[in-house]
Design a protein around this ligand. Structure first.
Ligand code: DGL
Length: 263
């Protein structure tokens, strides 16, 4: 199985990391669109165009069988269009795990951290309204502008990053939130800081493992045997910080620079 995975930057590698635990005998072609990051502060039209450019590149150059949108923001703006354009591809997106959060919470108060574009998108609004009407919970939503840039720079533990998180998490701490949805694939990289700031038993919800298992199920239905080595090839459209890559998937040598706008 040839699997294309993309994100605005390195955050989607948190999904690749989970995939390496589940998927075997496949090739992963990862695209970090760092030239256009952060997606979360762009318009839905821009995010759709970036997603279409990358998918076209992955289909043409790497003949992928499956596409993983390892980005909540791109899923919100582009997944429907991509499914219509590429009906024969397995296409799996990433959505904030509100459902598991609602199932797990004991205080009935959950937090959602995501990019501005994800929280404003119809997809998230519909999901949150539908699920919160089924069980009475209070949802504390927080957009986190600037956080993706900090993470891309490798500044997971800097004072600036911690200051941003403290400000955003204060209302959640004061209101007894016990479950926080990480609605952006970059945010698991600051998961430990979030746990420390919440200073209590908070559960962090991310969906990378569920995505990987879903891919295995759909791949198996199409004849994927899941045996043998897994290879990961990383491509980027701009600057990338190697130590962030290595902290996620271990020592890594070849990063390919690509231009997906002219393919
Ligand atoms: N990892 C992307 C997501 O899950 C980050 C979006 C961004 O670049 O702002 O939404």
């Amino acid at each position: 199985m040839r699997i294309g995975v993309f994100d605005s930057g390195l955050g989607g590698l948190t999904v690749v990391q989970a995939m390496t635990q589940v998927i075997k005998g496949a090739q992963i072609f990862y695209v970090a669109d760092t030239k256009n990051a952060p997606y979360g502060e762009k318009t839905p039209e821009q995010i759709l165009q970036y997603s279409l450019n990358i998918t076209k590149y992955l289909v043409k150059t790497h003949q992928i069988d499956a596409l993983i949108l390892a980005c909540n923001t791109a899923t919100s703006s582009a997944i429907q269009h991509l499914r219509e354009t590429y009906p024969s591809l397995i296409i799996i997106g990433t959505e904030p795990g509100i459902k598991p959060a609602i199932e797990q919470t004991r205080t009935g108060k959950i937090g959602v951290l995501a990019t501005p574009a994800t929280l404003q998108g119809d997809k998230y609004q519909t999901l949150a309204q539908t699920l919160s009407s089924q069980k009475s919970v209070d949802i504390f939503e927080q957009a986190c502008p600037g956080l993706v840039e900090q993470i891309e720079k490798g500044e997971m533990d800097s004072d600036v990053t911690k200051g941003l998180l403290e400000k955003w998490l204060a209302p959640m701490r004061q209101n007894n939130v016990d479950t926080i949805v990480l609605g952006c694939t970059h945010y698991p990289l600051v998961g430990q800081s979030i746990e420390k700031i919440m200073a209590c038993n908070v559960s962090l919800i991310h969906t990378a493992e569920a995505i990987s298992k879903h891919l295995l199920t759909l791949g198996t239905q199409k004849g994927h045997l899941n045996e043998g080595d897994l290879q990961v090839h990383i491509h980027t459209t701009g600057e990338i910080h190697m130590h962030v890559v290595e902290s996620l998937i271990g020592a890594y040598e070849n990063i390919y620079f690509i231009d997906v706008e002219n393919n």
